[in-house]
Write a protein that binds this ligand. Sequence first.
Ligand code: S3P
Length: 438
Amino acid sequence: MANIDKRWRVRAGAPLQGTTPVPGDKSLSHRAVMFGALAHGVSHVRGWLAAGDTEASLASIRRLGVKIDRHDLNTLTIHGGALHKPDSPLDLVNAGTGIRLLAGIMVGQPFASVLDGSTQLRRRPMKRIIEPLTRMGANIAAVEGKAPLTITPAALKGIHYEMPMASAQVKSAVLLAGLFAEGETVVTQPGPARDHTERMLTAMGADLQVEGNVTRVRAGGLLKPFDTTVPGDASSAAFVIVAATLVPGSDVTLTGVNLNETRTGIIDVLQGMGADITVTETGLEAGEPVGTVRIKHAKLKAAEVGGEVVVRMIDEFPVFMVAALHAEGETVVRDAEELRVKETDRIAVMAGELRKLGAQVTETSDGFRIVGGQTLTGAVTDGHDDHRIAMSMAVAGLVASGETTVLDAACAADSFPGFAKIMAHLKADITEYEPEAS
Ligand code: S3P
């Protein structure tokens, strides 16, 4: 997204009002194109997220010789079957989920491949997947445990892997490699991490069992294709949820949101702080519970956040910092050191950007402390090529005095295309512009 320069001008304004869906779930959209490619037959996907990260996965899967018909941006037909040797490195751009999951598939193929990405992705830790995949017999060459990953064919065998951190990406990479390994692959997670891979592979008929924190998989028969609608992304919903909670008078309803409980930690924590959020489950889509989320403005009290809920809201901490600034008392977050190895070091980068608005944030090695009731003053802030930083700063701008500018806002489209438009539809005072036109 770095080649497009978009900015947002944000002002506090009217209450947020209205009803809207949010774009499709990013985690499920990555998996849909990858797993659809592995299925024997034709899969149909509606509501697919057409965003920077997921487009990188789709393009990589096409480069592996898989035909994907695109009826419109969000509706795909995937002609699954054999993968073919790509003629050049696969570019996952900024997508951590893309590169880590695809590595789990590529190590099981009878041809070599190179997985690479942007400068940002090349900084992110890959040892966490290289280590277990190598134990399974995979051949992965990398310099200092970072992308590019050069994978050459090798026979895989199942392992018992105790994951040191609760990471869905690592779990998924090992389970996917397990589909191509001899014997059983067992992954134990230290606590619940998102379980989309397990749900989707089970629905496709994989030989996979989940018991508490232990998942077992064996190479089995053919994976069945699927016909599915991707629900809305709970992580995208979180920006609206926090904004509507903080802006006085707001009353917003989000429809079709993925309510998988490995993803809804932010709602639980905000409700515990006094937020007025009503969740109504309406059914199942893609094997995931979905429903509406209605948010009305409420005053928040501080919270202590740590332990298992951290993984259930790991992507939501940037915007949660904005909520904490408006909660009465001191909010303390612990056990969230993973934030330091996301698209950016989200603790340091958010603290730095919020300070530009006059906020006081205390960083700790595994989280932060924020005393609420702070007054924010509009300023020029930067998205740092990290979608969740850019959108969190826009939400901060909605509760700051004066005008806030978010530079490098195009990156929001890595996960939430149309963010500014949806917020404007909800009556938020956000204008998107390109600097030449300003
Ligand atoms: C994801 C897992 C999480 C999350 C990321 C998406 C996934 O990462 O932060 O945005 O789709 O599996 P980790 O597995 O590294 O915690």
